[in-house]
Design a binder for this molecule. Structure first.
Ligand SMILES: Nc1nc2c(ncn2[C@@H]2O[C@H](COP(=O)(O)OP(=O)(O)OP(=O)(O)O)[C@@H](O)[C@H]2O)c(=O)[nH]1
Ligand SMILES: [Mg+2]
Length: 321
């Protein structure tokens, strides 16, 4: 089932962002380095109205370094886009951000003209952690679940440098189905908005394809899982971990939780779920499906209107008068 999560506070954040943006000099979008394409907000350009932007691939310590290099090259080849990779808890690289902001808005960051930077991104990607690292103090609450920051907050780094922390935001419709699964696997989606077994199976399918050796090593699986179905891998993990129900059946829910927790915590190794080429294909597919859906909806609406205008309906209305 496609995953969608757009609770009320995100709707409010979207509104607040459009109002705030006039007073912002640089927008930093925090992406998850394990799923850069899926974690990029497709509405951002529209919301920020062409403000200078910087893409930060955060949690690079959890991502596959070769893939991070590919994604950085991909973004840096685009016009008007600068991208850097970070681990939000490391102070020195985080400071590189300040320099990048100054380069993007050289006329700001002076007495009377402070640099005003807005940090946005999906839930749980590390926005507040980054702000705390930059500030050198715990000014913004953080936590290992989506939706910790509920309201926009301004943090003064220096007299000439202000940062805005914003609540994590997704978008009203996720049209790339695989992105929904990758976002849920990363921990960006509220737990009641997805089925853990379904997300773990999708994750295992990706891992089987891209990182079979890491899965085998972590879960001590003797066989080559390259040709296995995701369900078989989940069963094997459950058996290996002894998550059994009565009658020797594997508790797939528990096994799914183990897989998701291990991935989120980086215990499986450094993993990236998508490459720029793969994501471009998913996006093209998602857009084509979405266009088809819109066409069908329009056709249904047209049919509905015609039905309303049918002679029978007219007569019925006439009789009621
Ligand atoms: N491994 C790793 N963990 C990180 C990194 N940055 C943040 N985290 C962890 O990710 C979790 C979420 O961090 P937050 O800073 O609360 O994320 P946020 O984007 O502010 O989340 P919301 O306020 O819910 O939107 C916390 O457990 C952080 O410790 C990073 O670069 N690497
Ligand atoms: Mg936060």
């Amino acid at each position: 089932m496609p995953i969608q999560w757009f609770p009320g506070h995100m709707h409010a954040t979207r509104k607040a962002l459009t109002q705030r943006i006039a007073l912002i000099d640089v927008v930093i979008e925090l992406l998850d380095a394990r799923l850069p394409g899926s974690s990029a907000n497709p509405m951002l350009a529209e919301l920020t109205g062409g403000k200078p932007g910087l893409k930060v691939l955060n949690k690079q310590d959890l991502a596959d370094p070769a893939c991070t290099a590919q994604w950085l090259a991909h973004y840096n080849a685009q016009q008007r886009t600068r991208a850097i990779a970070l681990d939000a808890s490391q102070a020195a690289p985080a400071r590189a951000l300040i320099a990048a902001c100054r380069a993007l808005a050289p006329h700001r960051g002076k007495a009377g003209k402070p640099m005003r930077v807005l940090i946005c991104g999906i839930p749980n990607v590390g926005k507040s952690t980054l702000i705390n690292t930059l500030a050198g103090r715990r000014k913004a609450p953080t936590g290992d679940e989506p939706g910790i920051t509920k309201l926009e907050q301004r943090i003064v780094l220096a007299d000439d440098f202000y940062l805005w922390d914003t609540p994590g935001m997704l978008w009203p419709r996720i049209i790339v189905e695989q992105s929904g699964y990758n976002l849920a696997a990363s921990g960006a989606v509220g737990r009641n908005a997805y089925d853990e077994q379904e997300v773990a199976l999708e994750l295992l399918e990706t891992l089987r394809r891209r990182y079979p050796q890491q899965v085998r090593t972590r879960f001590k699986l003797q066989e080559d899982i390259g040709a296995w179905r995701a369900e078989e891998i989940l069963q094997a993990i459950g058996r290996q971990r002894g998550t059994l129900l009565g009658g020797g059946q594997v508790n797939l829910q528990k096994a799914a939780e183990i897989v998701l927790n291990d991935f989120r915590g980086g215990v499986l190794g450094r993993i990236t779920l998508e490459t720029p080429e793969e994501y471009a294909l998913w996006l093209a597919e998602g857009r084509a499906k979405d266009a088809l859906r819109a066409e069908r909806k329009q056709a249904r609406q047209k049919k509905g209107k015609n039905a309303l205008a049918s002679p029978d309906f007219d007569r019925l209305e006439g009789e009621q008068e």
